[in-house]
Structure formats: structure tokens, C-alpha cells
Design a protein around this ligand. Structure first.
Ligand code: SF4
Length: 306
């Protein structure tokens, strides 16, 4: 839950999630929709889907036994290099290095590597450096504590701007402490954002909306009002009819913007009239997409009745 999300934002979600799914069996037995609903609001829904699938593997294929080694953890859905190393070292004491953005920044500076933050070569250099340092630990020293110490060093002292080198415990071994630090690593190459337009059809009455499960790559499994990509206003009614939809497309009622995985979405909202009330749903009953939640916030100044 904490990936790309602040701790204070996560705590209420985490507590509620554990109340609803107190152990791996309860999580595995839930439907994907139930899990997504408990995740709604945190974004990055792939994490929830993978967590659910991993719970199924642990409860069914592994009879409830959690993996212990990094190699075993990596076999679970959604668990990659970083998470497997973090769990194996922190929870089970395996001497494997964890490499995140903080660690890469520390290593780029300690070794004065003029590499971009997202250069694979920097990741590899950080892997090697962490492995070497872990090899120097005494038997009573914990690999998990060491990993967390380097990540914490990056988060608190070796910060992206104005690092606090004078307070740094590894100042003497750092090749960048003489003022080069603030420039390293070099800025990451940014991926170009693609622009995308969606037309949403919005029907609602008494706080209930016409909602559908999304079919696109990003939001699969989540719900939002029906939409059509790259469609002109004139084409909307025909496309809606062809899709088997009920009701008449009315005028545009607003616009929202949303960014998701290198796509900038501009969404135009159109009123949809004449939809039977029985087709409308309470939004709290389904896992809404982030974009869907924005769309539903548009002023509810019109009503659709059957
Ligand atoms: S001395 Fe400065 S640049 Fe080097 S690791 Fe410490 S905080 Fe980072």
C-alpha cells in the first residue's frame, strides 16, 4: 500500500483492509471486486490485484505457508526484485541487498557515478555495492537493518537537494562529499506523456449512477460511467446505441483531467437522459477507478429518471 503513497494516507486503508481480510485465507477467499473495493482511493490497482493473487497462491498452493527466501518470494504474483529482497532481508534475515531510489542516490554519490537516476547501470552498480557491504557484516549484524539504514540515509541525510554531508556517517568514504553530491545522480530521462480523450456518458438520480466495469488496460476490474475514446459529440449517440445502451445523449456538462501511467486524459462528460432508474447503482457498492471518482464529482445539477 505504501508504494507511491504517503503513510498518513495509507493508515486508515490498512486498518480497514486488515479488519475485512484478517488473514491470508480470508483475502484469498474474497472476490477481486471485493478486494478492489477495499483498495479504492489508493490508486495503482494492480498492486491490489497482485496481492489478491499472491494470497491465493499462499493459501492454496502453499497450504498457508509463506515463502522465506528471496527466490521463493519472487515466485509470487506482484513480488519483484525490490519487494522480495526487502521481505527476505527484513523479515527472514537473508543477506540480500534492497535497491530503491534512495539507495541508488546514495551509491551514485558514494562512488561519484555520473549516471542518470533511471539508468540500469546505476541499478546494477547499487546491487554490487550493497552486496559487497552486506558481505562485510559481522554475524550478529542484521542484513535487514543494514538495508533499512541505507534507505533511511537516502531519505533523511543524502536527500535529492542539499544533502547533509556534515552529519553523514559515511562521509569519509564518500567520493561526492566535496560539493558534487547535489548533482548526482543525473536527472532521469522522462517518458513522453501521451494525450488521450474520452467522452463519458453520465446518468444519475438520487446519488445513483450508471456505472460499468472498465475494459481498458489501466482500469480493468474497476468501475466508472460508460465512456468512448477519441469520439466526436456527433458519433456518441450512435456508438452508445450500437453498444446496446439505453437513453439519449444530451449536452456536455463538464470536463475533467486525469493522468495515469504516461497518459494525460482529458475527459468530456455528456449528460445521458432517459436511463431507467433500475439501471443506476450506488457508487459505494463498486470499486470506482480514480478517473471515475473525478467524473462523479461533477455538479449533480441534473436528474435522469426512467
Ligand atoms: S557524504 Fe553526503 S553525498 Fe555522501 S553519502 Fe553522505 S550525505 Fe550522501
Amino acid at each position: 500500500m505504501l508504494q507511491q503513497t504517503r503513510v498518513d494516507a495509507v493508515v486508515p486503508y490498512y486498518e480497514r483492509f486488515l479488519r475485512i481480510f484478517p488473514d491470508v485465507y480470508e483475502l484469498a477467499a474474497a472476490s477481486e471486486e471485493e478486494v478492489l473495493q477495499m483498495w479504492a482511493g489508493l490508486g495503482y490497482y494492480r498492486r491490489a490485484k497482485m496481492l489478491h493473487q499472491a494470497a491465493m497462491v499462499v493459501s492454496e498452493r502453499r497450504q498457508g505457508a509463506f515463502p522465506r527466501t528471496r527466490k521463493e518470494w519472487k515466485e509470487l504474483p506482484g513480488i519483484g526484485e525490490y519487494t522480495s529482497a526487502a521481505i527476505a532481508s527484513i523479515a527472514y534475515g537473508e543477506a540480500v541487498g534492497v535497491v530503491d531510489g534512495n539507495v541508488k542516490r546514495v551509491v551514485a554519490r558514494v562512488k561519484a557515478l555520473k549516471l542518470r537516476a533511471n539508468d540500469r547501470a546505476l541499478h546494477q552498480a547499487a546491487d554490487v555495492w550493497m552486496e559487497e557491504r552486506l558481505g562485510e557484516l559481522k554475524p550478529e549484524e542484521s542484513p535487514g537493518d543494514f538495508n533499512q539504514a541505507v534507505m533511511e540515509l537516502g531519505a533523511t541525510l543524502c536527500t535529492p537537494k542539499n544533502p547533509s554531508c556534515a552529519e553523514c556517517p559515511i562521509l569519509e568514504t564518500c567520493a561526492s562529499s566535496d560539493g558534487l553530491a547535489g548533482d548526482l545522480p543525473l536527472p532521469a530521462k522522462r517518458k513522453e506523456m501521451k494525450k488521450y480523450h474520452l467522452s463519458f456518458l453520465v446518468a444519475h438520480s438520487g446519488g445513483r449512477f450508471l456505472l460499468r466495469p472498465c475494459e481498458g488496460n489501466w482500469n480493468k476490474g474497476l468501475w466508472e460511467p460508460p465512456s468512448f475514446p477519441e469520439t466526436t459529440e456527433d458519433e456518441l449517440q450512435e456508438k452508445w446505441k450500437k453498444a446496446g445502451g439505453e437513453g439519449t445523449v444530451g449536452s456536455a456538462i463538464g470536463e475533467v483531467r486525469h493522468t495515469i501511467t504516461h497518459h494525460q486524459i482529458r475527459a468530456t462528460l455528456f449528460q445521458l437522459k432517459g436511463v431507467p432508474k433500475s439501471a443506476l447503482r450506488d457508487p459505494s457498492e463498486v470499486p470506482l477507478s480514480g478517473l471515475g471518482r473525478k467524473v462523479l464529482k461533477i455538479p449533480k445539477s441534473f436528474t435522469v429518471t426512467g
